[in-house]
Design a protein around this ligand. Structure first.
Ligand code: R1P
Ligand code: URA
Length: 293
């Protein structure tokens, strides 16, 4: 079997994976990912016990037990470039033999739920509400670097997106990816749902102007107006498209649930999103540790 070279699968001297600094036994199959490293301790404070705490750069990992089930929470930092690192290394931990540097013949599927914050792109989605992402719309470009098969439904959404928005060719080629149906159905209750647009930045790529004028100043209106087969674009954040794309390509299940901290059309920003975040965390933890699939 082909060995993966040390320049490609990068390991630390103790054989942990390069950026996550984790060993296979330090990872559970049910995983929560968050952008903010400060959210990790908040989430693991609900675990019954914590077995491992590992930290490197912006990636903080806590693994423990909740309701009798192993569970991991780790921070990715902001953006799809970090998701590329985190997803590839999470997959390596379960699907590559790190000692022999060979791909394992039998693959393990991880359940990955992102708990994040986001900005609503529909006026009727108030701050402090929850959005569960049925699709990711990648405006970031990450999946364009991988062999990645899109479904007929995703291709139809993309062709409608080009048609309805006259999307600028100056930007990265967009892509749609659906959530894991099992995780989406598990989490969608009592939440808004729809398409989550993943941007490559917080300011210009999400239509925010401080001092620099934008090349495309109608982007948010176009996203707001898009509609196809009852699918609407409901919120903006910075990780979901790549999380969904890489998870599906590697055989994992992923779904994102976000607290809405901004509404871009009513021009509001939440004064305190912590109570909504606390509620969302407890809901996801309960659903994930009751889910035996
Ligand atoms: C921007 O403020 C950050 O918040 C959102 C965005 O996706 C981006 O990472 O998510 P997190 O709250 O999970 O970081
Ligand atoms: N996160 C984002 O990426 N955008 C917002 O508007 C709020 C949170």
């Amino acid at each position: 079997m082909n060995k993966i070279e040390s320049s490609e699968l990068v390991l630390n001297p103790d054989n942990s994976v390069y950026h996550l600094k984790l060993h296979p036994e330090q990872l559970a199959k049910n995983i929560i990912v968050v952008g903010d490293p400060g959210r990790v301790a908040l989430i693991s404070s609900f675990f019954d016990s914590i077995e491992y705490k590992v930290e490197n750069r912006e990636i903080v990992t806590h693994t423990g037990i909740l309701n009798g089930q192993p569970i991991t929470v780790l921070s990715t930092g902001m953006g799809t470039d970090n998701i590329d690192i985190v997803l590839n290394e999470l997959d390596a931990l379960v699907n590559i033999d790190l000692i022999n540097r060979t791909i394992k013949p039998t693959k393990t599927a991880l359940n990955i739920v992102r708990i994040g914050t986001s900005g609503a792109l529909q006026k009727d989605i108030p701050v402090n509400s929850i959005v569960v992402s049925e699709f990711g719309l990648g405006l970031d470009g990450l999946m364009n670097y991988y062999e990645f098969e899109q479904t007929t439904e995703e291709k139809e959404l993309l062709s409608q997106f080009y048609k309805q928005t006259n999307y600028s060719t100056l930007f990265a080629q967009p892509y749609f990816v659906k959530a894991s149906p099992v995780l989406f159905n598990l989490l969608k209750e009592d939440a808004f749902s729809g398409i989550t647009a993943t941007a490559s930045g917080f300011y210009g790529p999400q239509g925010r102007v401080l001092r620099l004028p934008l090349k495309e100043d109608k982007l948010n209106e176009k996203l707001n107006q898009f509609s196809y087969n009852n699918h609407k674009i409901v919120n903006f954040e910075m990780e979901t498209s790549a999380l969904y794309g890489l998870s599906r390509a590697l055989g994992h299940n992923a779904c994102t649930a976000c607290v809405v901290v901004a509404n871009r059309f009513s021009k509001e920003f939440s004064k305190d999103y912590k109570p909504a975040m606390n509620q969302l965390i407890q809901k996801v933890l309960l659903k994930l540790t009751q889910n035996r699939s």
